[in-house]
Write a protein that binds this ligand. Structure first.
Ligand code: FNR
Length: 188
């Protein structure tokens, strides 16, 4: 069996280090995980005034989430939280009311920052958001990546062996999480 895994890069920057981290995940993912990007950069600002007539770009986002078995959210840390760019996409996905795309969705979060804290605080906020949306989250291992220059090359190659090993371990844990999330619920 292989699983479709969508990933959302929570940065609007072309040179995003979180996009670079996504490249590493694509490169290291085991064969059972098929990674594909779920783009969010064309979304306008969310307002509940759109709820009666969702724009096509937001319908596409919700369909893309529905089409995959799990979603990886890569978050930068901006001012100790998630970027507004990412929060906006999560808000779109959570609505219209009653059509929350994250309900029971298998998810996993990861993030990169140049600092040693490696997005830990942003991820704490992201966990709260996804919990409120009812997502099934990979809770452990946590993945706080300090992105030093040269750690991940342009083609996604990870140059530090311990980091590469850690990312492989994290991806294996994600595969387990997806399997468990999709397993039928035992009957009483
Ligand atoms: C930052 N940065 C940052 N880093 C961090 O570790 N904790 C933080 O709270 C912040 N705050 C912050 C605010 C704003 C507005 C910016 C632009 C940046 C630095 C940040 O980690 C760095 O710019 C990364 O490159 C962001 O990730 P992407 O967007 O390149 O993926």
């Amino acid at each position: 069996t292989s699983y479709r895994i969508g990933y959302i890069v929570g940065s609007p920057a072309a040179a995003s280090i979180n996009r670079r981290l996504a490249g590493a995940l694509v490169r290291l993912a085991p064969a059972e995980l098929q990674l594909e990007e779920i783009p969010i950069s064309d979304l306008p600002f969310y307002s509940y005034e759109h709820d009666d007539d969702y724009p096509q770009v937001a319908r596409d986002l919700k369909q893309a989430i529905a089409d995959v078995d799990a979603v990886i959210v890569l978050t930068p840390e901006y001012n100790r939280s998630v970027p507004g760019f990412l929060k906006n996409a999560l808000d779109w996905a959570s609505r219209p009311y009653g059509e929350n795309s994250f309900a029971d969705k298998a998810t996993a979060i990861i993030g990169a920052s140049p600092g040693a804290i490696g997005t830990a605080l942003a991820q704490q906020h992201l966990r709260s958001i996804l919990a409120y949306c009812g997502a099934r989250q990979l809770t452990t291992p946590e993945a706080y990546i300090q992105m030093t220059p040269g750690l991940v090359e342009d083609d996604g190659t990870v140059t530090v062996e311990s980091t590469e090993e850690f990312l492989r371990t994290w991806l294996d844990a994600l595969a387990d999480h997806v399997r468990r999330s999709l397993a039928p619920t035992p009957q009483a």
